[in-house]
Design a protein around this ligand. Structure first.
Ligand code: CTP
Ligand code: MG
Length: 225
């Protein structure tokens, strides 16, 4: 089966507060995007990577990847993550028409271990229509109302934190985007779930954390590489 990875990297990184788009922020001397794409390729099961970069940064993203010797097609992303993924999906289908399995992987999860990537691919190749890597929730979780008052304490034993890459059969992901073209969810599997398609989980990894805040960046600088 031919596997393509889509890398949404078109966000601005407002919570990180950097002057350049988040995917181009250096971690351990290289842009987050370079780490993320290199990780996908090093898993050994991904044939092609398509990156959705901010419109104004397509050339820069292409240049930093090629300077690092990392092969990927870079296209313009959209206003929200779903749009960026959709644009990358269309480009991937034109670029690699024999694709049967699609991974969607946040550039911001720059240090995801290759073992997580290959576990997701294997699960799809073994017949799952949709696969997400997950971790158990270690903190107690509260549901609150608009004033911040606690209204419920869900049982955390059946809650999971969801990471990427998320893996899909190509036809399933295409159907999800056709059904919900204007959705602004941050989770591709959420669209597939609404189609009623079963989604299975595989173990995620703490190193697949999404670099979102300056604290996360400091953790990545200190721990990964
Ligand atoms: N993303 C994207 N296109 C968008 C918005 C987000 O491709 N219009 C990507 C980001 O580049 C990132 C991933 O989706 O790799 C996860 O999003 P997030 O961590 O929220 O990144 P940002 O949107 O850049 O950060 P923030 O929400 O703090 O602005
Ligand atoms: Mg965002």
């Amino acid at each position: 089966m031919s596997v393509v990875a889509l890398v949404p990297a078109a966000g601005r990184g407002e919570r990180l507060g950097s002057s350049v788009p988040k995917a181009l922020v250096l971690v351990r001397g290289e842009p987050m995007l370079v780490h993320a794409v290199r990780g996908l390729l090093s898993a050994g099961c991904v044939r092609r990577v398509v990156v959705a970069a901010p419109e104004a940064e397509v050339h820069t993203a292409t240049a930093v990847l090629s300077a690092a010797g990392v092969d990927a097609l870079v296209v313009s992303g959209g206003q929200c993550r779903t749009q960026s993924v959709h644009l990358a999906l269309r480009a991937a289908m034109a670029d690699a028409p024999d694709t049967t399995v699609v991974l969607v992987h946040d550039a911001a999860r720059a240090f995801t271990p290759p073992s997580v990537i290959s576990a997701v691919v294997e699960a799809v190749q073994n017949g799952a229509p949709a696969v997400v890597p997950v971790l158990p929730v270690t903190d107690t979780v509260k549901r609150v109302d608009s004033t911040g008052a606690v209204v419920a304490t869900p049982d955390r034993s059946d809650l999971r934190i969801v990471q990427t890459p998320q893996g899909f059969r190509l036809d399933v992901l295409c159907r999800a985007f056709e059904a919900y073209p204007n959705d602004t969810t941050t989770d591709d599997a959420g669209l597939v779930e609404r189609l009623g398609v079963p989604i299975i989980t595989v173990p995620g990894h703490p190193n697949a954390l999404k670099i979102t805040t300056p604290f996360d960046l400091a953790v990545a600088e200190a721990v990964f590489g």
